[in-house]
Design a protein around this ligand. Structure first.
Ligand SMILES: C[S@@+](CC[C@H](N)C(=O)[O-])C[C@H]1O[C@@H](n2cnc3c(N)ncnc32)[C@H](O)[C@@H]1O
Length: 279
């Protein structure tokens, strides 16, 4: 007989056949239902909402300027958008070696590492060059990075709502990382250099090492940079420098690839490819 655990002892200690056991079982079921629906679910929903809000804020899922479209999040409905797609894929496929290139404040690498920690396996190598939109040397390669990783204690940053040991941070370019650490991965996410030449170089480096059944995910495959500048002020346009957002062209390289999915949101878009076989 299934019993709500606090009632188990009481149930087991009754031996008289006066219908007491049946009454305890009925009461047990009613109380369990009440606790689950009125207490646990209530607090679970509140906690989930609270923690989601804190994660969005700490890991800058809205880039800390209220951009809910880029990562497809929605603060009102407690929605972690594209972060949830990475999380669900990693929970399902259970990759061991994961690579994330580029992030403003760590939202996607966090979601990837969180999924690994829930799986109890897998490790994320997060690589970001620490480019800064305000640094004149980065005019053509900042991709709106805020120089965050150069100013941050990344270990401390990634200790927020995350168990230790599921992520390592490398502040360097993807090319430097490749030369030092190679390219053997089961899950690769590209959100660093968005120019055609830069992103293609990332693909040329990391696609060959991706395992059979592994995932290559690419952010901004539908992003129209020109259009996105239509409603912003002159100062913002000036700060953009000469960066090129060309992930749409990069995505076209996979036109004939069979196992892929465009997750569009009418703005940025997330492309997902599963590598089947060696090519
Ligand atoms: C700001 S992100 C784009 C925003 C991103 N969609 C997000 O969700 O946070 C681009 C990042 O890529 C990094 N980056 C650009 N080129 C890179 C490269 N070749 N290797 C590593 N990181 C790079 C920049 O430092 C920047 O932080």
């Amino acid at each position: 007989m299934h019993l709500y655990e606090p009632f188990r002892y009481l149930y087991d200690s009754v031996h008289l056949n006066l219908g007491i056991k049946r009454a305890i079982a009925r009461l047990s079921s009613k109380i369990q239902q009440f606790v689950d629906e009125q207490v646990m679910f209530f607090f679970y929903t509140k906690m989930e909402r609270y923690i989601t809000t804190r994660i969005i804020s700490h890991y800058g899922a809205d880039y800390r300027w209220g951009d809910e479209k880029s990562q497809n999040i929605n603060k009102t409905t407690n929605n972690l958008g594209y972060g949830l797609i990475h999380h669900a894929l990693i929970r399902n496929l259970r990759p061991k070696r994961l690579l994330c290139i580029g992030s403003m404040y760590g939202f996607i690498p966090y979601m990837m590492a969180k999924a690994c920690s829930e799986n109890g396996m897998g490790h994320v190598d997060f690589v970001d060059a620490g480019f800064d939109v305000n640094n004149k040397k980065n005019t053509d390669n900042h991709f709106f990075g805020q120089g965050f990783w150069a100013k941050t204690d990344s270990k401390k940053h990634f200790s927020y709502y995350l168990k230790k040991g599921y992520i390592s941070v490398y502040m360097m370019t993807s090319r430097q990382f490749y030369k030092k650490h190679g390219n053997s991965y089961d899950y690769v996410y590209l959100d660093g250099d968005h120019s055609f030449i830069g992103a293609k170089q990332d693909i040329d480096m990391f696609w060959p090492g991706l395992s059979n059944g592994g995932i290559l995910a690419i952010h901004d495959i539908h992003f129209d940079f020109k259009k996105s500048l239509e409603n912003v002020n002159e100062e913002f346009i000036r700060s953009a420098g000469t960066v090129k957002f060309e992930m749409d062209k990069v995505w076209k390289l996979f036109n004939t690839t069979r196992y892929k999915l465009d997750v569009t949101n009418g703005y940025s878009g997330l492309g997902i490819i599963q590598k089947i076989g060696k090519k």
